[in-house]
Design a protein around this ligand. Structure first.
Ligand SMILES: Cc1cc2nc3c(=O)[nH]c(=O)nc-3n(C[C@H](O)[C@H](O)[C@H](O)COP(=O)(O)OP(=O)(O)OC[C@H]3O[C@@H](n4cnc5c(N)ncnc54)[C@H](O)[C@@H]3O)c2cc1C
Length: 425
């Protein structure tokens, strides 16, 4: 016997969960959204961080007008980076205006119900019977530490998402493995906090994004292609603004696009802040990490095949996120085994991967939807970013509404009148 029942449970209250909830509001459905709004951004990103995405590409999705970041902050123009705290506050404001109640709990288990639908168990102990679950748990569960670095205790090696307060490393020598924005910004923030960071990157050179051009002549526009939420260029525009079409490309192509669109690079505004306080070693691949009494010894191989061992007090793996259903331990083993994934048929020791999704983000198990990074293999690179939230939320919500019998009278869509945030920052 379950404690309660509802039409839809959304697991996760980040940009994708909040946007999906916004589209499902006022349509007569009983929707429960589980998770503290913007928790991952608030707890798992370093204090002092700025967003890399442009303001216009940092909007959450909603059917009402006035809910975008750029509506809330109309003066926040192109080329002005958004501080983390401002973005978290925006997400929480969005939740407070559009969604009647988010629940500060965790989904700890989702299993298939005996007949159909799902039983969702919360950290409070409550069980909820529901025909529909939207898994919008973001990137956190998919934090990836490469094999060479794994197996050591977390006080020696950790993932970048484990750190909110880098001040803990003041006075310490810390290796940061990676060459993306997360690695470079972590290194700068470590230096700001009084640590001695050492970036170790596989790439031959660090790469930096260029300053966005405020205005472009028609010729420049023709040559360079349109601007989009993922950057400038014709193909980039397609991946950013038409993810529905990306799904029709062959899987190998989609995987390549996800890998190659926005490859590891630092934001233009970070470049000057990465000064001689940060040691940088490029063209070096970490092949081994060994624990010592007072730190960790990292063995790297450079492009000429030379081995170098570097000793540090801690290593931070800024090595990204890899979607893999097996990492979603809140899905019961039985349910996980029923979800078709992109890494081929189950069994035979195959490592499971991202879920196969329909054009409506639905997995092979009816009524189970995945939003965000888990959908990137299907809909392309925009699913790795906030910019993909509106598309995903609209598709998921419209499909849920079409399939759900109208059990209640829709309350009608609310046209909210909103004032921009003009408080001093
Ligand atoms: C350091 C860093 C910087 C980034 N900068 C940018 C940027 O500038 N622009 C951009 O577009 N993207 C950026 N990203 C990517 C960003 O994480 C995604 O775009 C965005 O968070 C996707 O939203 P989401 O809702 O899928 O995930 P999230 O924001 O991760 O939200 C998912 C939520 O689900 C919650 N959750 C997890 N498990 C459960 C559970 N079992 N029960 C209930 N809740 C659960 C989490 O706590 C989290 O709050 C960055 C990522 C990192 C790591």
């Amino acid at each position: 016997m379950n404690d309660s029942a509802c039409d839809v449970v959304i697991a996760g209250a980040g940009p994708y969960g909040l946007s999906t909830a916004a589209y499902l509001q006022n349509l007569g459905l009983d929707v429960r959204i589980i998770g503290r709004p913007m928790r991952f951004w608030d707890e798992n990103m370093p204090e002092g961080m700025y967003l890399k995405s442009e303001p216009f590409a940092s909007n959450l999705g909603a059917p009402q007008r006035g809910m975008g970041f750029t509506d809330r902050h109309p003066d926040w123009g192109l080329g002005r980076p958004i501080p983390l705290d401002t973005f978290v506050a925006y997400g929480r404001w969005f939740a407070s205006v559009v969604i009647p109640g988010t629940e500060d709990a965790q989904v700890v288990n989702i299993e298939g119900a005996r007949r159909d639908g799902y039983v969702v168990t919360l950290s409070t102990g409550e069980t909820i019977a529901t025909p529909i679950v939207v898994v919008a748990v973001g990137v956190g569960p998919f934090a990836h530490i490469p094999d060479e670095l794994s197996g050591l205790p977390s006080w020696l090696v950790s993932h970048s998402s484990a750190h909110r307060d880098l001040g803990l490393f003041a006075g310490k020598e810390v290796a940061v493995i990676g060459a993306g924005q997360s690695a470079l910004e972590t290194a700068v923030l470590l230096a700001d906090a009084g640590a001695y960071p050492h970036v170790i990157a596989r790439r031959a050179e660090l790469d930096w994004n260029t300053v966005p051009e405020q205005s472009r002549s028609p010729l420049e526009l023709l040559r360079g292609g349109p601007r989009s939420g993922l950057g400038t260029g014709y193909r980039t525009w397609l991946w950013a603004e038409r993810p529905g079409l990306v799904r029709y490309l062959p899987e190998r192509t989609r995987r390549r696009i996800v890998r190659e669109t926005l490859p590891p690079a630092g934001a233009w505004w970070l470049r000057d802040r990465l000064d001689d306080r940060v040691r940088v070693s490029t063209g070096r691949c970490v092949v081994k990490a060994a624990g010592r009494d007072d730190g960790v010894a990292l063995t790297t191989i450079d492009q000429a095949g030379r081995r170098v061992t570097t000793e540090v007090e801690h290593a931070i793996a800024a090595t990204g996120y890899v979607p893999d259903i097996e990492r979603l331990t809140m899905l019961s083993p039985d349910l996980r085994a029923r979800i078709a994934t992109h890494s081929g048929p189950k069994g035979g020791g195959t490592r499971f991967g991202a879920p196969v999704l329909s054009r409506n983000f639905e997995a092979s198990t009816s009524g189970l939807y995945f939003a965000g990074l888990a959908a990137a293999v299907t809909f392309g690179p925009v699913m790795r970013f906030v910019h993909g939230a509106d598309f995903a939320a609209r598709r998921i919500a419209h499909h849920i509404i079409r399939r759900t019998p109208a059990v209640r009278e829709p309350a009608g869509r609310v046209e909210t009148v909103l004032e921009p945030d003009v408080s001093p920052r």
